[in-house]
Design a protein around this ligand. Structure first.
Ligand SMILES: [Zn+2]
Length: 119
């Protein structure tokens, strides 16, 4: 779900200034990842292990998950701390770009509604 930006209450000048700012900030980070970084704790296969006796579960384990199509999710274990950091950064960069594009689109929608030029 997209965040709703309060474009309707802003003046056209304010919208244009915000748009100029967003366009100046837009940057495609080469490491971006459209994915989620998830943390999991799990039980193992040994019935005698503490994890089956109410003790702590194993983990945390970190995964990168991606929704490729409806119901089709790709997931893999991020083994090294370097991999985990790269994944977190890439996911954050993608999300940031996505939010900037969404706000830009909402501003353009409002400018279009006001019959103001978009470019
Ligand atoms: Zn266990």
């Amino acid at each position: 779900m997209a965040r709703i930006y309060s474009c309707r209450r802003k003046s056209t000048l304010a919208l244009r200034q915000r748009k100029d700012f967003l366009l100046s900030q837009l940057k495609i980070n080469p490491d971006l990842l459209r994915a989620s970084f998830v943390e999991r704790f799990s039980v193992c296969g040994k019935k005698q292990c503490r994890c089956h006796q109410g003790g702590d579960k194993h983990g945390p384990f970190y995964y990168l998950t991606q929704c490729l199509a409806a119901g089709k999710i790709a997931k893999f274990l991020l083994k090294s701390p370097t991999q985990q950091q790269q994944a977190q950064r890439g996911v954050a960069h993608y999300r940031q770009l996505q939010e900037q594009l969404e706000e830009l689109s909402q501003i353009n929608t409002e400018l279009l509604r006001r019959e103001d030029p978009l470019d």
